[in-house]
Design a binder for this molecule. Structure first.
Ligand SMILES: Nc1ncnc2c1ncn2[C@@H]1O[C@H](COP(=O)(O)OP(=O)(O)O)[C@@H](O)[C@H]1O
Ligand SMILES: [Mg+2]
Length: 258
């Protein structure tokens, strides 16, 4: 099995704090990995380093053999990595469409010259983006598709999360990183969002997903494999059932023995 994402020795220091400590991490095409660990264990830092928001201290990272280590967020986006954020990052006074379309700009910025001189092309691009945003939104919820030109602030929490996921998906990523998508949602909303995700996975079997999530039921349901971080180090990698039996994982979660 060749890895789509391959990281080795990935390290991030903030001054004296080692937030990510020599992490080896591989994801295969089409695989969903549940990434868990106590608060402050480095999960979000891993995403931030991987997507170029933070510059890594040392290590290596590649996507399908293309080096993405320390590259800009835009070139990493172009290579095929997209993400959502732990805290809602929607512009609530802008339309659903504007929020989703940002995902295209992240991967493919519009240059000023092409904006000025290639207006026909721009119009065609815009129409294609509207069609794709509508299709993605409808796939998650037909009513969300119908609300494409309404302010994102009018949406329910679950639909806001769906918009954030659509924003990540519109760039046609090969690797999707989801940072606690259930944060702020009820258990029922979380279940519905995971239904959406599983349905989408059926349609996009090559998409690889890394899901950070505290809800173990969610992890059990959607993950092929689990990775556990503690103090920036990987303390477990394997199947869900083995993970919940693992002594070191239990100790990390109970917070004793540290
Ligand atoms: N920008 C930053 N500056 C300094 N320390 C940070 C920064 N981001 C994260 N950290 C620290 O790195 C560690 C890991 O944090 P984080 O990756 O957010 O954990 P998790 O997402 O697993 O809860 C924590 O100790 C946190 O305080
Ligand atoms: Mg986090």
């Amino acid at each position: 099995m060749t890895a789509l994402l391959a990281c080795s020795g990935l390290t991030k220091r903030f001054g004296g704090l080692v937030a990510l400590d020599g992490l080896d991490f591989a994801v295969a095409q089409g695989e969903t990995i549940g990434l868990v660990g106590p608060n402050g264990s480095g999960k979000t830092t891993f995403f931030n380093v991987l997507t170029g928001l933070y510059s890594p201290t040392s290590g290596a990272a590649s996507l399908d053999a293309v080096d993405i280590f320390g590259k800009s967020p835009q070139s990493i986006g172009r290579a095929g990595v997209a993400r959502t954020f732990q805290r809602c990052r929607l512009m609530l006074d802008q339309t659903v469409f504007d929020n989703i379309a940002l995902g295209v700009l992240r991967a493919k910025p519009l240059g000023l010259l092409s904006t000025l001189f290639r207006r026909g092309r721009l119009r065609a691009d815009l129409d294609a983006t509207i069609a794709r945003a509508h299709q993605l939104a409808c796939r998650f919820n037909p009513q969300l598709g119908a609300a494409l030109f309404r302010p994102a602030g009018d949406l329910t929490m679950i639909d806001r999360r769906r918009v954030e996921i659509c924003r990540a998906l519109i760039a046609n990523p090969r690797l999707l990183l989801l940072d606690e998508p259930s944060a702020g949602m009820t258990p029922d909303e979380t279940r519905r969002l995971m239904d959406d995700l599983l349905a989408f996975r059926e349609e996009a079997p090559h998409l690889a997903v890394v899901l950070v999530e505290h809800e173990m039921d969610v992890i059990r349901r959607v993950s092929d494999r689990c990775v556990v971080l503690n103090f920036g180090r990987k303390i477990f990698e394997g199947l869900f059932d083995a993970m919940i039996e693992d002594r070191e994982v239990q100790t990390a979660y109970l917070g004793s023995g540290q």
